[in-house]
Ligand binder design. Structure first.
Ligand code: GDP
Length: 325
């Protein structure tokens, strides 16, 4: 593969080249990895940046409906929008929703939009790197907004929050007791909570839910990256296209404030530090994940269990063995 040519095409906003590049960063092959790193470092020289918006919500809450309406609203304003999904396969039950290519058909046909479903069978570490690199590729391809979607399960929100500038949590209208169901951790990373389906018969329940969450958000610890009034809860109807323009205004206001106050660049710097540390950890762990290393671990574990060696001595032995491999 000619990396210079691929790089030029991406910089010229070629969507097929972008799709190929994402396939390349998803590959586990050593030669592909080397090419991917070459490509990413070429593209990084151009310093193109998009607004990265993370979006989480349980299946059925209306994520795809929201992304389609929101994405079409942005492209109608002349913005270019990329949509990526973070969907660790371990979190899937009975077929992927995020991988379904028939979702967001209208947005997918829009020449100013790019939609990439999540790859299958990647462990969370792989998902994190792939997602981060896919975001960088979309930025290089000159998208203004990158939406990064995840199902509201487990660790994938952390991955998305550590890639995003802004984090949205989509909720459905429910009774007041539902509040307990949303994990505190995810409330703490949300910048804006959108209560979707605020239409028809669901409107009164949405109003209550929104009030409940507004109250809950006020009780959270104040974060330095929040201007007065944030984080906030708002009502939208993705289906009827209501409240989306207002939500976009709020997001822009928040982002502008963070840029002016230096929070935006600080956050990106912190994220870079975080990903560096993660890469180091994962690379070290990968060294333990070879047949020889696994066999050696078992031998040493047996010797510790038998009382022949202390755990500390055996661990030092293991690390020495890894270094001499
Ligand atoms: P996802 O699984 O989170 O991606 O959810 P979908 O976007 O597939 O939506 C799940 C269901 O909720 C579908 O039947 C949608 O038509 C419906 N839905 C999505 N947004 C709204 C909304 O704003 N109002 C109403 N009434 N239904 C909605």
């Amino acid at each position: 593969m000619d990396i210079t040519e691929l790089s030029n095409k991406i910089l010229n906003r070629d969507r097929r080249a972008l799709a190929r590049a994402i396939t390349l960063v998803e590959s586990q092959r050593a030669d592909h990895r080397a090419q991917a790193e070459h490509l990413l470092s070429e593209l990084a020289k151009h310093h193109r940046q998009a607004l990265r918006i993370g979006l989480s919500g349980t299946p059925g809450v209306g994520k795809s409906t929201f992304i389609e309406s929101f994405g079409l609203m942005l492209t109608a304003q002349g913005l270019r929008v990329a949509v990526l999904a973070v969907d660790p396969s371990s979190a899937r039950s009975g077929g992927s929703i995020l991988g379904d290519k028939t979702r967001m058909e209208r947005l997918a046909r829009d020449p100013n939009a790019f939609i990439r479903p999540s790859p299958s069978q990647t462990h969370l570490g792989g998902v994190a790197r792939r997602s981060r690199e896919a975001v960088a590729l979309c930025e290089a391809a000159d998208y203004d907004v990158v939406l990064i979607e995840t199902v509201g399960v487990g660790q994938s929100e952390t991955v998305v929050a550590e890639i995003s500038d802004l984090f949205l949590l989509l909720l459905a209208p429910a009774g007041g007791d539902e509040l307990q169901g949303v994990k505190r951790g995810i409330m703490e990373i949300a910048d804006v909570i959108l209560v979707n389906k605020a239409d028809g018969d669901l409107k009164p329940a949405a109003t209550r839910t929104c009030a409940d969450y507004s109250g809950a958000l006020r009780l959270l610890r104040k974060r330095p990256q929040d201007p007065p009034g944030f984080p906030k809860a708002m009502m939208v109807s993705a289906l009827e296209d209501r409240g989306l323009a207002l939500a976009w205004e709020e997001l822009q206001q928040l982002n502008t404030w963070r840029c002016e106050q230096g929070h935006w660049s600080r956050r990106r710097a912190e994220q870079a530090r975080y990903w560096f540390a993660q890469e180091v950890r994962q690379t070290l762990l990968a060294r333990l994940d070879t047949p020889q290393a696994r066999a050696r671990m078992i031998d040493l574990a047996n010797s510790v269990a038998n009382g022949d060696q202390s755990a500390t001595t055996a661990a030092q032995q293991m690390l020495a063995d890894l270094d001499s491999d």
